[in-house]
Design a protein around this ligand. Structure first.
Ligand SMILES: Nc1ncnc2c1ncn2[C@@H]1O[C@H](COP(=O)(O)OP(=O)(O)OP(=O)(O)O)[C@@H](O)[C@H]1O
Length: 633
């Protein structure tokens, strides 16, 4: 027997390991199983190179729980280790990582220390987070002297023992004696949960005990004459060793992609819209499949998230910082050994590899969208309403994505037709260029509520865009910065004559004095605080009074509601009450001598204008209806 001191200066490092990995104790299982997978893959590699002649036998990795003994064992049939290798890889190399960590951690805050851990990969030693004692039983695949099985044992102090032992087969058993404060890891359900989380797609079969199922007994019936079934126990395998993202795209059908989607997200019933299969070797290694889900109208916190793997080992499903923000709306898997694990967000964001990966993914997503757009515009338009939020989000937040998306991003108008930016510009430029040569894009945020204004605009030969998505306020702001000499104006921002300013207005039939006389009457009925009364000389056929929402003030209000400008507090609604000074009813009002009649007329006209903007409510509405009945009588 050999006893020795693990090559470490610090007296007892395990309490420190324990403390700093506290929040993530469960990763010990991921680390141990990864080692077992590595050992198995190495064996496979040796065999395929002809270095091992005999049959490798069953390579299943087993996870064995013994509640009575209080142990959890990870067993592999991989390459195993000789005594010398245990000394080298476990006592020295593996520990030096831990030790280096301790040195660096001294004098740092806990948060910094937690970030550091990832760089050192405590690997095997993370098992001490949950164990009072760890044993390794291992036998190398190598033949000859020095290849006897050995047992290594350590109880968390820097002393270990290394002895010869008997072991039937090749490979390694790591036996954890679970510590009193970690008893949860002796619960079958807890371990099963962890295996399903971290090991679902590992490339070597993982078995955890047995599961019960029902098996049909051929040729036998039960008392009722139905097929007979017996309950049987069979080995419970955790993983799909050949997940879709590791296979070649040519081998996969749409059904394969969809069924893999459901394998990833078992509780989701919706089908994804389409997918992108990633496969890059250089300058970094990245595989994966991303799915476009149907994005809900209101972007909610998502249940299904992109899952990040490193060589098929699950790492995390918070990929912020690794993929651009707007791509976090996608679903699927990314697998890259080049993404550093267990490190902080800010570290990830500054990592050069991560940046390259992020740009690459963005490019691939744009490629795919452009591809569908070019080759199957009909399908693209059909999916547009579902993917639109996603593309707008990308355009708002990523200038690089805009450069690509400006070719395939679509506008939809109120009659349901789709246009690219370029097509739309050509479509409206004749009718919607104002007297200063500025192109005015008209839009509605609610086709029902703004119906009257849309009607007036289309009547003029203008086109109106549907901008009723959750991001459209921001989207419009972005486009105004990108499009030269253009502005966006909501259809109810002004009366139709003023919406797109053309030549000089018609002459007014009211003079200034008359206007000044009528103005207070309208101010009185509408309320001066909320409504600014303005006179416009429009055609006689336009409405006598209209309510508009000046574009700038409305945007400020929308922004304050979104919380984007909370310093403005509760920004008030602000409206213009536009009086058509050429309308016969206004002329009639002007001629009216009786003050009460003049006021009644103003009130009725104002209420009609409010009604058209869905602003007439409650008591005002009731009053209006009663008055209208009186008039008809
Ligand atoms: N099940 C095993 N079979 C054979 N060798 C093993 C096994 N587990 C660990 N080893 C050896 O011990 C070494 C140290 O393992 P450890 O998990 O600490 O670090 P690592 O796997 O090299 O790196 P990482 O920090 O990424 O886990 C491994 O590189 C390997 O040589």
């Amino acid at each position: 027997m050999q006893t020795g001191k693990i090559n470490v200066q610090t007296e007892n490092i395990f309490p420190i390991i324990k403390k700093f990995l506290y929040s993530d104790h469960e990763i010990f299982l991921r680390e141990l199983i990864s080692n077992a997978v590595d050992a198995t893959q190495k064996l496979r590699a040796l065999s395929s190179m002809g270095n091992i002649k005999e049959d490798l036998g069953d390579l299943t990795i087993e996870v064995i729980l013994d509640k009575e003994k209080g142990t959890l064992t990870v067993r592999d049939n991989g390459i195993g280790m000789t005594a010398e290798e245990v000394d080298k890889y476990i006592n020295q190399i593996a520990f030096s990582g831990a030790e280096e960590f301790i040195k660096k951690y001294k004098g740092k805050s806990e948060a910094d220390a937690a970030q550091l851990i990832g760089h050192f990969g405590l690997g095997f030693y993370s098992s001490f987070m949950v164990s009072s004692k760890v044993e390794i039983f291992t036998k190398t695949y190598k033949k000859g002297p020095g290849s006897k099985a050995v047992k290594w044992e350590c109880d968390g102090s820097p002393e270990y023992t290394l002895t010869e032992t008997e072991k039937a087969g090749r490979g390694t058993d790591i036996v954890l004696h679970i510590a009193d404060d970690s008893k949860e890891f002796l619960e079958e359900s807890r371990i099963l949960g962890l295996l399903k989380k971290y090991c679902k797609f590992l490339p070597v079969p993982i078995r955890f005990g047995n599961e019960k199922t029902w098996e049909k007994v051929e040729g036998e019936k039960d008392e009722k004459g139905n097929d007979k079934y017996n309950e049987i126990e069979k080995p419970r395998f955790i993983n799909n060793t050949n997940p879709a993202w590791k296979r070649k795209p040519v081998e996969l059908t749409d059904e394969d992609y969809n069924s893999f989607y459901h394998e990833l997200y078992p509780s989701t019933f919706e089908e994804p819209l389409f997918n992108i299969h990633l496969n890059v070797d250089y300058p970094f290694n990245l595989t994966g499949i991303l799915y476009f889900p149907k994005v809900k109208r209101n972007i909610e916190v998502q249940k299904e998230k992109i899952q990040l793997y490193s060589n098929q080992v699950f790492v995390t499903d918070s990929v912020e910082g690794i993929v651009p923000d707007f791509l976090t709306l996608m679903h699927g898997v990314l697998d890259s050994p080049d993404i550093p694990l267990n490190v902080s967000r800010s570290y990830l964001q500054s990592d050069a590899n991560v940046k390259k990966i992020s740009n690459h993914i963005m490019k691939k997503v744009a490629d795919k969208l452009e591809d569908i757009f070019k080759n199957n515009r009909e399908e693209f338009e059909k999916k547009w309403d579902d993917i639109r939020v996603f593309i707008e989000y990308g355009i708002i937040t990523e200038p690089k994505f805009y450069e690509r998306a400006e070719k395939f991003c679509l506008f939809k108008n109120t009659s349901g037709k789709y246009f690219t930016f370029e097509e739309y510009k050509n479509h409206i430029s004749a009718a919607q260029t104002d007297k200063d040569k500025k192109l005015v894009y008209l839009y509605t945020s609610d086709a029902d509520e703004q119906h009257g204004f849309i009607d007036a605009a289309t009547g003029r030969g203008y086109d109106v865009l549907m901008m009723d998505g959750p991001l459209d306020n921001h989207f419009i702001n972005t486009l105004e910065q990108k499009f030269e000499n253009s502005s966006f104006v909501r259809v109810d921002a002004d009366v139709i004559d003023k919406l797109i300013k053309k030549e000089e207005a018609l002459p007014s039939k009211l003079n200034e004095e008359e206007k000044n006389k009528l103005k207070p009457v309208f101010e009185d009925v509408a309320g001066k605080e909320q409504y600014t009364v303005v006179f416009e000389s429009m055609s006689e056929t336009e409405m006598p009074v209209q309510i508009t929402r000046p574009e700038f003030m409305r945007r400020m209000k929308d922004m304050s509601m979104l919380g984007g400008a909370s310093y403005m507090g509760n920004f008030p609604d602000s409206f213009n009450l536009v009086v058509n000074s050429n309308h016969p009813l206004i002329a009639k009002m002007n001629d009216e001598k009786d003050e009460n009649s003049r006021k009644a007329l103003a009130r009725q006209l104002t209420d009609l204008a409010k009604l058209a903007q869905n602003l007439l409510k409650g008591e005002e509405l009731t009053g209006f209806i009663k008055r209208s009945v009186e008039i008809i009588k």
